[in-house]
Design a protein around this ligand. Structure first.
Ligand code: S3P
Length: 166
């Protein structure tokens, strides 16, 4: 299978950044993390963008960035948890390459990232986070491949991706 890019989508804490970086290394491809790119371009951290300019501004920055990435080849692109929610972004991400959705159950997610101050949309309560996850899951599920990372190590997830794409 000849793939232009690999795009990782999924909820916060599903391992998109860690898996993406390791996968890119295996493939000898470039690695792009959309949150890190937005932070670099704007000169602000994600929480700072949300605090000073609000979520709407952050979502516009995401769209601008995704458009810029359209011309890239040979990249593993890890997106933010909300990036694929915009239909325009989904369309562009599908044009870029093969979309892989990483899943984990809410308790595993909260064990991994609970209490993180780096994620403005992470809620205080378990059930609120679960509701957000469930409301987004149908969109993540449109991916070409979904991998449940709940019980897997990073290396196992990377191996599963490599198995599926080569
Ligand atoms: C968000 C997820 C974050 C980041 C921002 C918004 C979301 O990325 O883009 O805080 O809407 O789920 P991670 O999924 O990498 O945590």
């Amino acid at each position: 299978m000849k793939i232009r890019n690999i795009v990782l989508v999924g909820f916060m804490g599903t391992g998109k950044t860690t898996v993406g970086r390791r996968l890119a290394k295996h493939l000898n491809w470039d690695f792009i993390d959309t949150d890190a790119a937005i932070e670099e371009i704007s000169g602000m951290s994600i929480p700072e963008i949300f605090r000073r300019h609000g979520e709407t501004r952050f979502r516009s920055e995401e769209i601008v960035l995704v458009k810029r990435l359209l011309e890239r080849d040979g990249c593993v692109i890890s997106t933010g948890g909300g990036t694929p929610l915009s239909p325009d972004n989904w369309e562009m991400l599908s044009q870029m390459g093969y979309i892989i959705s990483l899943y984990a159950d809410i308790d595993t997610i909260l064990e991994r990232i609970g209490g993180s101050s780096e994620r403005p949309l992470l809620k205080a309560g378990r059930d609120e986070n679960e509701r957000l996850l469930l409301s987004r899951q149908p969109i993540y599920d449109k991916a070409d491949l979904t991998i449940d990372t709940t019980k897997s190590s990073i290396d196992e997830v990377v191996d599963e991706i490599l198995y599926n794409i080569t």
